[in-house]
Design a binder for this molecule. Structure first.
Ligand code: NAP
Length: 492
């Protein structure tokens, strides 16, 4: 799968969404306080959800704790849990239209991309971890005393899953699917800006046969998230979000000696060497920075181009970028939808102003698109900024590409590695030796060669440096939701 493979699929209509409730212990529950959910393509209110209080989060943790300590889920054979997860995958595919409609409405994702990327990837992940649930076995160890020694892989207990606004469905699944496969119970707190698919998934998980209390969903903001992190009955925190909140979460979790995985910010470099296939490279460069309106932790917002190609690439980009279809996410031909929220749009516009103030040349975009009151930003390309500019060093999280040139491989690698982040990186070259050599020297959790965002549930991803630690996807994620117990039985 690549991030912008589009399959138009059946037409999807804007759905009506009822006010959201809390999902605790298998029951839908009204909450004490509420917040509005905004349609980013119009700025109007879609519905309301509960803004969970500390007490409500505590109730959800109690439900998860009870389900884990007293329920059957953790004790089921992995194969049985796998069967349930396969049913989740089946239901996700069967209800794909509903999921596409809700996720596109909530986040502003173009429906043509949301179906293959967000929804089908979710089904694939449940299927992948359904299979891995069967391999949760330990090992017999040969030891020089008269005893039988073996290891068991056991679930950790209650997992607190905290997710950001940009990929609500996928990023909750990257936590919930492996956590469930391993036998844990989960309390999920989605981002309050984009909570709707989490509520629909709670319905799907219950329908698939996940027992009451094993998955709980509490919508709400920082108050709810922090209550979850602080609760001593929670055994692990799986957090995806900004580096700043990730650090705060790690401090709280560290003080309680609670394991934490942190999927944090990114600011990937995309390096185009002079021996690249330029046609393919430009396609990947554009995809890497416009996908999901640039609100993609693994986006490629920093383009590094070999000096001999620099002017040519700028010329091609100026033309090509303005031709990418931007507009209503429910129009099947749209590639770029609105930004997910007004705050995010304002933040990105401020970075563009900063670039102009620092002498950057805006060669495409650079302004808001006035359409239906939505939070649209034209894809923007900026050249001529120094490497130390904040616009290059910080994570912008919008459809903005900065372009720098380099003279040789060493300089390209130094520039690529020259920010605090280390989530993803990519390079374009037809030279196989260079591909391996440079991939090994890029400080990032994942490196793509000659395309961008090639992701699969089997391939782990995660960060180094300020992009966090721990890995999602792959057997690595399953392992992070388990602990190893050794059992030694005397044979005397
Ligand atoms: P964020 O502001 O850090 O929020 C992430 C989640 O944490 C939200 O649910 C948020 O709720 C919650 N939260 C806020 N304060 C909290 C606290 N004190 N304790 C516990 N939870 C708290 O991130 P975002 O703006 O939603 O998402 C964008 C960021 O996520 C970017 O930096 C992006 O790179 C990163 N990201 C990383 C990955 C990855 O895989 N590495 C993937 C996607 C996104 P509120 O919304 O109410 O604040």
């Amino acid at each position: 799968m690549t991030a912008v493979d589009t399959h138009a699929g059946p037409a999807v209509r804007r759905p009506q969404v009822d006010p959201g409730k809390l999902f605790i212990g298998g029951q839908w529950r009204e909450g004490a306080q509420h917040c509005e959910v905004i349609d980013p393509s119009t700025g109007s209110v879609i519905t309301t959800v509960v803004d969970a209080t500390e007490d409500e989060v505590s109730d959800a943790v109690l439900a998860a704790r009870t389900a884990f300590d007293n329920g059957q889920w953790a004790r089921l054979p992995g194969r049985e849990r796998g069967r349930v997860l396969n049913r989740v995958a089946e239901l996700v595919r069967r209800r794909a239209d509903d999921l596409v409609a809700v996720e596109s409405l909530d986040v502003g994702k173009p429906v043509a991309l949301c179906r293959p990327v967000d929804v089908m990837t979710t089904a694939d992940q449940y299927e992948y971890y359904a299979a891995l649930a069967q391999s949760m076995d330990g090992a017999v160890r040969d030891i020089p005393i008269n005893a039988h020694a073996y290891t068991r892989r056991e679930p950790l207990g209650v997992v607190g899953a905290i997710t950001p606004f940009n990929f609500p469905l996928i990023l909750s699944t990257t936590k919930i699917a492996p956590a469930l496969a391993a036998g844990n119970a989960v309390v999920h707190k989605p981002a309050p800006d984009t909570p709707l698919s989490a509520l629909l998934m709670a319905e799907i998980l219950a329908e698939a046969g996940v027992p009451d209390g094993v998955v709980n969903v509490v919508t709400g903001g920082a108050r709810a998230g922090e209550a979850l992190v602080r609760d001593p009955r929670v055994d692990k925190i799986a957090f995806t979000g900004s580096t700043a909140i990730g650090k705060h979460t790690a401090q709280l979790a560290g003080a309680a000696l609670k394991p934490v995985t942190l999927e944090l910010g990114g600011n990937a470099a995309h390096v185009v060497f002079e021996d690249a296939d330029l046609h393919k490279a430009i396609g990947a460069v554009i995809k890497a920075f416009v996908f999901n309106s640039g609100q993609f932790c693994m986006a490629g917002p920093r383009l590094l181009v070999a000096e001999p190609l620099y002017d040519t690439v700028l010329g091609i980009l100026a033309d090509a970028v303005s031709g990418v279809p931007i507009g209503d996410p429910f129009d099947g031909t749209t590639v770029i939808g609105p930004m997910a929220g007004e705050r995010q749009l304002a933040k990105v516009l401020a970075y563009i102003e900063q670039a102009r103030a620092e002498g950057g040349r805006v060669i495409a975009g650079g302004e808001r698109l006035d359409l239906n009151g939505g939070f649209y930003l034209r894809p923007t390309v900026i050249a001529g900024l120094p490497a130390e500019s904040r616009v290059i060093q910080e994570e912008i999280f919008g459809p903005v590409l900065t372009v720098q040139s380099f003279s040789d491989e060493d300089e390209a690698i130094a520039l690529a590695n020259g920010t605090p982040y280390g989530l993803a990186a990519g390079l374009q070259t037809e030279n196989l030796a260079r591909a391996h050599r440079v991939a090994a020297r890029l400080r990032a959790g994942i490196v793509w060669v000659n395309d961008w965002a090639m992701l699969d549930p089997a391939v782990p991803f995660g960060g180094v440096k300020q992009s966090g630690f721990g890995r999602e996807y792959g057997p690595e994620a399953l392992a992070s939701y388990t602990t190893t117990k050794s059992v030694v039985i005397s044979l005397d």
